[in-house]
Design a protein around this ligand. Structure first.
Ligand code: E4P
Ligand code: PEP
Length: 338
């Protein structure tokens, strides 16, 4: 059972609940977030039912949810959620295009990639200043200098920024620049990082761990939500399978499954899943047809010079085709491109 407190709830209100739960032999685990406090109850649910928890001061909601993830579950929240990032909606009525360079390399490259993204209809700019690389010798990103470039490009193009944070200590810094914080596949079960982004007061794009089941992915989202941040977008980005023809295997079925289990929006990353430019468009079409609430793609003005993931970056011609897909496909499904 989970209790969501109102933003106005006081420390005394929380203490009163802990005491009441104690009278029923239960234990209360309190998570104080930026905007609200969440209390998880462990013990006999039938005994808790006899307490008037809803009537307690400062209580906004009491959730009796059977799934292990509570706050992100659709069980108690039948309507699908729309998250807004810098004024751009991501949710059931729209198909949002997020595009940009895999890594921020130079001001010029980032600006050119952002212009390419915007011309394809993208409304959010992606770009990594902190890169999680397999090899310690590979380009690791420009760090704060990369964040400053992103902020300048946002200023120049008007596109809000989605950028990855790989270390819990960097969360406050990255949150200063980002409109949305990304947690990547390699960190999808880094619980300290999930808790830190949950407390950062910014929407979060949570990639699915490449080895994670859908339930593990939703439990990761629950870590963020438990810190009081429900502005979470889930991103399917391919999982590890026996197949070697693609970088990872895009699990298209994860889109409707996750949408049925959770009220959170679900988008797809066809670039990192396929790992190949020629697969990005077919996988984008598959994602949209499966009901994805958006796609996030890599673009690069000169992919042959890219410091990270050049083979999967879209170039100009592909972007015209992507723009056509974004104009034609969403309306067929009763949605608008956002
Ligand atoms: C994402 O952008 C990652 O940093 C990148 O895909 C990692 O790839 P690598 O295995 O080449 O380091
Ligand atoms: C990325 O989008 O830059 C990224 C690192 O992706 P993933 O975590 O899915 O590999």
């Amino acid at each position: 059972m989970v209790i969501v407190m109102t933003p106005q709830a006081t420390a005394e209100d929380v203490e009163a609940i802990i005491a009441l739960v104690g009278t029923a032999g239960g234990e209360a685990f309190v998570s104080r977030g930026v905007s609200r406090t969440i209390i998880g109850l462990v013990g006999d649910v039938a005994q808790f039912g006899a307490l008037n928890l809803r009537g307690m001061r400062g209580v906004a909601d009491v959730m009796r949810v059977s799934t292990p993830y509570k706050l992100v579950s659709r069980e108690n929240h039948p309507d699908r959620t729309t998250i807004t990032v810098g004024g751009v909606p991501i949710g059931p009525d729209t198909v949002t295009l997020i595009a940009g360079p895999c890594a921020v390399e130079t001001p010029q490259q980032t600006l050119e990639a952002a212009e390419m993204a915007r011309s394809a209809g993208a409304t959010l700019l992606r770009g990594g200043a902190y890169k999680p690389r397999t090899s310690p010798y590979a380009f690791q990103g420009l760090g704060e200098a990369g964040l400053r470039i992103l902020a300048d490009v946002r200023e120049a193009t008007g596109l809000p920024i989605v950028t990855e944070v790989v270390d819990a200590h960097d969360v406050p810094l990255v949150a200063e620049y980002a409109d949305m914080l990304q947690v990547g596949t390699r960190n999808a079960q880094n619980f300290a990082l999930l808790q830190a982004v949950g407390a950062a007061g910014r929407p979060v794009l949570l990639k699915r761990g490449m080895n994670a089941t859908i339930e593990e992915w939703l439990m990761a989202a629950e870590y963020i939500a438990q810190r009081g941040n429900l502005d979470i977008v889930l991103c399917e980005r391919g999982i590890r399978t026996f197949e070697t023809a693609t970088r990872n295997t895009l699990d298209v079925s994860a889109v409707p499954v996750a949408q049925r289990l959770s009220h959170l929006p679900v988008i797809v990353d066809p670039s990192h899943s396929g790992g190949r430019r020629d697969l990005v468009l077919p996988l984008s079409r598959a994602a949209i047809a499966a009901g994805a609430d958006g796609v996030i793609v890599d673009v690069h003005p000169h992919p042959e010079q890219a410091l990270c993931d050049g083979p999967q970056a879209l170039v100009d011609g592909d972007l015209r085709e992507l723009a056509r897909v974004m104009r034609q496909f969403p309306p067929l499904l009763g949605r608008t491109a956002a």
